[in-house]
Design a protein around this ligand. Structure first.
Ligand code: FES
Ligand code: FES
Length: 445
């Protein structure tokens, strides 16, 4: 099905006519001849395809055309016409941060993405900023130096061409299946063949992604708020991980987990709702919602329901989300979640998928454990959360908990049955038990 999608490309109002499920990367290269954007892995792992959308760095291989209706896209070709590019270019040259033609466009876009949001980055922040860009022959140290040098000249350099004066200010009618209100989205949700597309970072990985039809829910205002009331912090399901990290209302445990999700380009696109809805046991933010016993608010044209997230999952990749429902928001209880422990074990920080992750919360009041909660991700088909085992420690003093420690660990040792995946069963089990022990010991148990 060919549709018209209006967007701004390097400062020019553009109408794309074609399949809305096509990858932005392929369209840039094949339809517009913008071959500076490179195709590497098509899985969001290498950063060669990086572009800016609404001034945020994203991997264009994981972006479907339907999601960019009315948005501003900047590629290396557009960015290279700015003063800021010249400042960066000079800085790269000054320290011989020489990259091959395959890596450098993505590195430059990542540099701009970082400096646009953080004009004075530390060395660690620079390394995180480019962590999603892989140089196959290694040359990171000089790039880090170059970005540090560029930061000094950057503030005064003009940014023109990196934001449009076209579509961004004169909104046109968006593509039909990219609604901007919840009411419209729920109406289209009745078309059950449409797959809800929020961030695209998961849906766009399979080579067959362009054959699916999507309902683009990444622009729905009601799903993009983060608010707080007496009891809950409410996170809109279409909030990206970056938006969650940047919001002052976000609890520390969720912020920390989101900061460890892959690299900036993934965090700028991936959403908490998408992370939950795919039903994956590896979903990092879902692990935090599980350990905090958060609630999900699900909506359809027939009404709404709120249920504990634990009841949302019903097997590998399976959830109870009805065909006509959407996740509207996640309700995190405010009380008792400050004393937490979180660890993610993976091959490298910027890799999206963890090998095992663990979160624990111990709420102690006046020497008594009033709540104990643990959750394990990426171990078996669903996120593990055994309330009945954790309840053994509730109501106990730390001294009593120390006496129960072996019994508690034994119960977990018997209950956790890891599945073989990228790593072996025994390895996974060892990590789980070590993290659990560390969680207890860090709390004096
Ligand atoms: Fe590798 Fe897009 S091609 S991240
Ligand atoms: Fe391209 Fe290292 S510069 S692989």
């Amino acid at each position: 099905m060919a549709v018209d999608i209006r967007f701004d490309l390097n400062g020019n109002e553009t109408i794309y006519t074609g399949n809305p499920s096509e990858r932005l990367l392929d369209v840039l290269r094949d339809s517009y001849g913008l071959t500076g954007t490179k195709c590497g892995c098509k899985e969001g792992e290498c950063g060669a395809c990086a572009v800016l959308i609404s001034n945020r760095l994203v991997n264009s291989c994981l972006v479907a055309m339907g999601s960019i209706s009315n948005k501003c896209v900047v590629t290396i070709e557009g960015y290279s016409k700015t003063e800021r590019f010249s400042a960066l270019d000079n800085a790269y040259a000054s320290v011989s941060a020489v990259q091959c033609g395959f890596c450098i466009p993505g590195m430059m876009m990542a540099s701009e993405g970082l400096l646009a949001s953080n004009p004075d980055p530390t060395e660690e922040e620079i390394r995180i900023g480019i962590s999603g860009n892989i140089c196959r022959c290694t040359g990171y140290n000089s790039i880090v130096k170059a970005i540090d040098i560029a930061a000094k000249d950057y503030k005064n350099a003009k940014k023109e061409n990196t934001a449009s004066s076209g579509i961004g200010s004169q909104k046109s009618k968006p593509y039909e299946f990219a609604p901007t209100t919840l009411a419209e989205a729920l109406k289209f949700r009745k078309i059950t063949s449409l797959i809800p597309y929020s961030g695209g970072t998961d849906l766009m990985v399979p080579p067959t992604c362009r054959e699916s039809e999507y309902l683009f829910i990444n622009n729905i205002l009601e799903m993009r708020n983060i608010t707080s009331d007496e009891v809950f912090i409410r996170i809109g399901a279409a909030c990206t991980f970056t938006e969650v990290i940047e919001n002052p209302l976000t609890p520390a445990i969720l912020k920390e987990a989101c900061q460890q999700i892959a690299a900036p380009a993934i965090r700028n696109a991936g959403t908490v709702g998408g992370n939950i809805a795919n039903g994956s046991a590896k979903a990092d933010s879902a692990l935090i919602f599980m350990v905090t016993d958060s609630l999900l608010r699900l909506v359809s044209t027939d009404g709404e329901r709120t249920l504990p997230i634990k009841e949302f999952y019903c097997g590998k990749g399976k959830t109870v989300l009805a065909d006509d429902e959407l996740i509207l928001e996640i309700l995190i209880p405010k009380k008792g979640i400050d004393n937490y422990y979180y660890k993610k074990v993976g091959a490298r920080n910027a890799l999206a998928i963890s090998r095992t992750s663990f979160a624990g919360i111990l709420d102690i009041d006046d020497g008594i454990i009033v709540d104990c909660a643990t959750a394990f991700g990426a171990v078996c088909d669903v996120i593990i959360r055994y309330n009945e085992i954790d309840n053994k420690l509730i109501g106990k003093t730390l001294e009593e908990a120390r006496c129960l420690k072996n019994e508690y660990l034994k119960a977990y040792d018997e209950a956790i049955q890891p599945r073989r995946g990228r790593v072996g069963i025994e390895y996974r089990k060892d990590i789980c038990m070590n993290l659990l022990r560390d969680f207890l010991e860090s709390n004096g148990i």
